[in-house]
Design a protein. Structure first.
Length: 300
């Protein structure tokens, strides 16, 4: 299997027209058709139904499409990475994160990737889940990390990284912190700090409300930094995900019956060529041992 055959296949699968695909690949149509026929012979079946006015993927073509696309992207990423090593070019990573995702989750992986390049530039974008989706759509970010984007866009690829639960966090000097076991009844007299920037804020509020907790008269917080400062000042208590970083002045505690979870995803745009840095970071994040990270966060 040759990479140019895979590239021609992906081009036809994208536009569903052999003539247009040949133009996009800057080759003649007979050359493109011949390469795809050679690929079909190697795979043992037709990848397209040659219909007019548009070609259609066969069942084999549909099944092979994501595999061949992944193969092509990996090969492209490897070439870009090798070229960066050879030329000493500056590597760049543009990544968007929602406000509720802690950047410290990425630090070990970014530290590892920066050793592969002579120079490396990071550009971090923050926003709501909708804004992260827009960053990806407009090409302002190559990768996105969010608990839930909720965007119905067929070019948006998503890979789950880990699923985590929520716990109560408070100042260690607060009387509530001294309880061995915390139930919802213990929270009814407490002032809550609501993280409205979290993708699961509404879901979490509904759960607390269903257990008799007054969330309608809570303090509303718009950033993680403000939340930590308010918790340290003992202004209130908060329910936050396991991976959120907290200082030693604060304490995490489980609440009996609180079964709220979120899954953090890595997002990318299908069919868009990625830089060597983005491809390498994607492989690192998808292959990471997140259970070890979750275990450390929960015990802190």
């Amino acid at each position: 299997m040759e990479m140019h055959q895979v590239r021609y296949f992906l081009a036809v699968a994208s536009v569903l027209n052999f003539t247009r695909a040949a133009d996009e690949c800057n080759v003649t149509q007979p050359s493109l058709t011949r390469a795809i026929k050679q690929l079909e012979a190697e795979l043992g079946g037709d990848l397209f139904r040659r219909e007019r006015p548009a070609a259609q993927l066969t069942e084999l073509g549909l099944r092979m499409h994501p595999l061949l696309r992944q193969c092509f992207e990996a090969a492209t990423g490897a070439r870009q990475l090798a070229s960066s090593f050879k030329s000493g070019e500056v590597g760049a990573l543009r990544i968007a994160l929602t406000h509720s995702v802690d950047l410290t989750l990425l630090i070990p992986h970014l530290d590892q990737i920066k050793r592969l390049f002579n120079r490396l530039e990071f550009r971090f974008l923050r926003g709501t889940s909708r804004e992260v989706a827009e960053f990806l759509k407009k090409g302002e970010a190559e990768l996105g990390i969010a608990a839930e984007i909720g965007e119905d866009w067929d070019r948006l690829d998503a890979w789950p990284l880990f699923t985590e639960s929520f716990q109560l966090v408070m100042n260690r000097q607060r009387p509530l912190a001294g309880l061995d076991r915390i139930e919802f009844e213990d929270l009814r007299a407490e002032q809550l700090l609501l993280r409205n920037y979290c993708e699961h804020a509404e879901r979490l509020s509904s759960s607390l409300r269903s257990h008799g907790i007054d969330v309608d008269h809570s303090h509303e917080v718009s950033s993680e930094r403000d939340l930590i400062e308010l918790l340290e000042a003992d202004i209130g208590i908060a329910v936050i995900p396991d991976t959120a970083s907290i200082p030693q002045t604060l304490k995490r505690s489980a609440v009996d019956g609180l079964d709220q979870r979120r899954t953090v995803h890595l997002y990318g745009v299908a069919g868009r060529q990625r830089t060597a840095v983005a491809s390498a970071v994607m492989r690192l994040l998808r292959g990471a041992d997140w259970q070890q990270v979750l275990g450390h966060s929960a015990s802190s």
